[in-house]
Write a protein that binds this ligand. Structure first.
Ligand code: SF4
Length: 223
């Protein structure tokens, strides 16, 4: 079985609770969503056999925190991903999965080999997507078997209704998970302040831990 991989590179994590830590990134090709703010659409890929990809990972040594499987959406290639995750565990790597949180059945097949799940919640009013609430909830329930945190992008079009839905979803599916609010880096922070305050208010009400962490890739010029 071959996997389609867009790139393998060493860098620092640019968002979420592991911001700034050194990781080896394996970017899977292809995504099942079309978010309006997407900046990771890559048209090219190389096909790897599992062993070929493991050999390439091995060239980077082990002086980093974890292997970050990112995309696109890695779970779209769940069979190949499972083989790589299993091989990585045998080599004592820590596996960090970045995912759009929409493929719960696929996650269930690989969760035992994942250490950390960094899951997005795509708000209809921010990402332009719709109908994802129930799959996000199901996904978060599966992910909560491991360390998981949830990220969501807040922009000027984000509605209060979506904000409430997000907090309630965490409350039902995984109340101990941290919610990371990511102000859209393309917009002025002052425009977003009121929305972030609303979200913090709901989080306090439902006892969900939330923090505001901007995406720093563009600020510091890293991938
Ligand atoms: S889930 Fe991620 S990679 Fe896929 S379209 Fe949305 S932002 Fe882009």
């Amino acid at each position: 079985m071959k996997g389609k991989i867009s790139e393998v590179f060493s860098s620092v994590q640019g968002e979420g609770l592991y911001l700034g830590i050194k990781q080896l990134f394996v970017r899977f090709y292809g995504c099942n969503l079309q978010c309006s703010f997407c900046d990771t659409r890559i048209d090219s890929f190389i096909e790897y056999e599992p062993q070929e990809l493991c050999d390439e990972i091995g060239l980077y040594g082990k002086n980093f925190h974890s292997l970050a499987f990112t995309g696109g959406e890695p779970l779209l290639q769940k069979g190949f991903l499972k083989e790589i995750l299993q091989a990585a565990k045998l080599q004592h790597y820590r596996n960090y999965l970045e995912t759009n949180g929409t493929l719960p059945a696929e996650l269930a097949e690989v969760i035992q080999y994942v250490d950390i799940v960094a899951m997005d919640i795509k708000l209809p009013s921010s990402a332009g997507s719709s109908g994802l609430w129930s799959v996000h909830e199901e996904f978060l329930k599966v992910a909560s078997a491991k360390e998981v945190f949830v990220k969501t992008v807040i922009c000027s079009s984000t509605t209060q209704q979506d904000i409430e839905q997000t907090v309630k979803l965490l409350y039902r599916a995984s109340p101990s998970s941290v919610l990371v609010l990511q102000p859209d880096s393309n917009e002025k922070f002052s425009v977003l302040e009121e929305k972030l305050e609303q979200l913090k208010h709901f989080c306090r009400w439902y006892r969900i831990t939330a923090c505001i962490i901007p995406q720093i890739h563009k600020m510091i010029g890293v991938r």
